[in-house]
Ligand binder design. Sequence first.
Ligand SMILES: NC(=O)NCCC[C@H](N)C(=O)O
Length: 289
Amino acid sequence: MTFGAEDRTHPLKRVIMRVPGPALAKADPTEWHYGPQFNPERAQRQHAELAEIVTNSGAEIHWLPSDDDGLADAMFVQDTSFVTRAGAVVLNMGKALRKAEPALHLDAYAALGVPVIGQLTGDQQIESGDLVWIDPVTLAVGRGARSNQQGIEALRDILTPHGIQVVAYDLPYWTGPSACLHLMSLISPLAPKMALIHAPLLPYAMWQELTKRGWTLLHAPEDEFTASNGLSLNVLMLTPKDVVMVDGFPRTRALMEAHGCRVQVFEGDALCIACEGGPTCLTRPVLRA
Ligand SMILES: NC(=O)NCCC[C@H](N)C(=O)O
């Protein structure tokens, strides 16, 4: 099977997803840091809406089993691994409640025939929501509550032999360690050199690097970012300038449309706003080609 999702010039062809299922239905919202809109039944329907958009785009979904395993956040498949042309890297979660998720991804890659070129363990922590491909051989990592220096060094050891450079940027404190702030909470690539950003929290050096490389950086409306708990900015690129976002943020949508994007929306209050993860977090690209 072909694999590798680091090159954003290509459309999404294969992706891993997991339905919310019984694990989310039984989750205690206080324990999981889910917000007042938390509603597992609505979340299940909203997830199906997103899956339909992904399928209609032509991408094939590989479903992780959604067992009664207590792993409510495992639907946020983006965070637990990532896939390069050399193979998959399986990560080690920063959030304690998510520690058992990597086993699900190891099983998926075995089933898909994707080799695993490295796995983080022990005190090495990286969540893939903290990873952004600047180009196919340059991977940015946000060092913060979920991803640490030991994890960054482990990623360098795994990726350097494959010609991939890892560049680390520090994330801000924002509202503290219990909230979910990933690097991808602050930037969503819409095309190889275009992204939607929340500039006030984006690492300055990253903004500077992208600007130097000639990226077009669209500043997402701040009131919609705040009202959505950051989810207005969480936009999945299906193909360059063909994107998916949570419904209800018309000025963020209009900004992307004004820059040539086709924007599809789905209802995500119970799934995304409540559980702190949007369409990028709910999908783990395996192949762009
Ligand atoms: N990449 C992402 O931003 N993922 C969202 C994960 C949300 C989940 N409730 C978490 O706290 O890990």
